[in-house]
Design a protein around this ligand. Structure first.
Ligand code: ACO
Length: 320
């Protein structure tokens, strides 16, 4: 069977790390409030020379090294982001240039926090239909540039960073590779979590706006449902799962979702305390961490899930 197999992972974080206490010097908040409501303790914030493309390229270089591949081996680059370097060209092409990768397919995907799941699913389809042999799938964000630093209800929640994976099309005899993906969108909720600017409306970049409680409520319901869907697609149950790598928005959302599915907390990868919500970068960042520290190993059954603005949400199940 021709499948998209995980060949390597990588990640990159901005140099500067900001604690809750440091944020409390800028807005009326406290370490206690942030930790209790979200589980977040630190976030990385990009300096002017660190952009979505440079962070994405750094993560991609790590993933290529882990896969033992060169930029010239890559036939497809998909970059998920809501914070591109420029309105156009796609940041994927900037990453291509930074890597020195020759002619290949390169484009961005916009599904905010679910962006990596969308990008992974598109790459999976394209690899299985022969569009490329090796793909780079990147989630990279600089949300710090679109935060309203006066709005304590949103600015404490997000951070910057990038994660990347290399997927390779392989004719496998076993059950390795991406086994199923599911994607969803319900545009009637597009005003629950959005940016109040854009090239076609205000002509400005805009800031993140969110109805936190509504997002929270939908997140738990949708994420538990979509995890159930991918498990059912492959005829497996929660007890077969070795690791869950969830989108890192909020520890309470992650805990509530795992509980709903009967997944023990020890099998959930948690990075939200260190990185906050890095939107499309959060899943590949967390995946890379758990691969590098030896938790996720060859043979493990891993599920990825995310939910974000749109609303959009999705999940993937893969054997490493
Ligand atoms: N510090 C101190 N107080 C704050 C802060 C802050 N940073 N932010 C809000 N408050 C205050 C509010 O002003 C409010 O005060 P009031 O009662 O005097 O008006 C009080 O805290 C409660 O505010 P709520 O917004 O009702 O607090 P809630 O318990 O819902 O927690 C939170 C807010 C953490 C945002 C929660 O709703 C949440 O996590 N929602 C999910 C949002 C999310 O994760 N979005 C990420 C993108 S989507 C995704 O990735 C899934």
């Amino acid at each position: 069977t021709l499948r998209a197999v995980l060949a390597g992972t990588g990640s990159a974080l901005p140099r500067t790390r900001v604690s809750n206490a440091e944020l409390a010097e800028r807005v009326d908040t406290s370490d206690e409030w942030i930790v209790e409501r979200t589980g977040i303790r630190f976030r990385h914030v990009a300096e002017p020379d660190e952009t979505t493309a440079t962070l994405g390229a750094a993560a991609a270089r790590e993933a290529l090294a882990a896969a033992g591949l060169e930029p010239s081996d890559i036939g497809l680059i998909i970059l998920a982001t809501a914070t591109p370097d420029n309105t156009f060209p796609a940041s994927a092409t900037k990453v291509q240039a930074l890597l020195g990768a020759p002619d290949c397919i390169a484009f961005d995907v916009a599904a905010v926090c679910s962006g990596f799941l969308y990008a992974l699913s598109v790459a999976d389809s394209m690899l299985r239909t022969g569009a490329a042999k090796h793909a780079l799938v990147i989630g990279s964000e600089t949300f710090s540039r679109i935060l309203d630093w006066e709005d304590r209800a949103t600015c404490v929640l997000f951070g910057d960073g990038a994660g990347a994976v290399v997927l390779s099309a392989e004719d496998v005899a076993d059950d390795r590779g991406i086994l199923a993906t599911r994607l969803h969108a319900e545009g009637q909720y597009c005003d629950m979590l959005y940016v109040d600017g854009g090239p076609s409306t205000t002509g400005t970049v805009g800031h993140v706006r969110m109805q936190g409680r509504e997002v929270f409520r939908h997140a738990v319901t949708n994420l538990a449902a979509v995890l159930g869907e991918v498990l059912a697609d492959v005829g497996l149950s929660a007890s077969d799962v070795d690791w869950v790598v969830p989108h890192q928005a909020n520890k309470r959302i992650i805990d509530a979702t795992a509980k709903k599915l009967g997944l023990p907390a020890e099998r959930v990868v948690l990075t939200v305390d260190q990185h906050a919500n890095t939107s499309a970068a959060s899943v590949p960042l967390a995946l890379d961490l758990a691969v590098r520290d030896g938790r996720i190993r060859r043979g493990d059954l891993v599920v990825l899930e995310a939910m974000g603005g749109g609303f959009t949400w999705g999940a993937a199940i893969l054997r490493i």
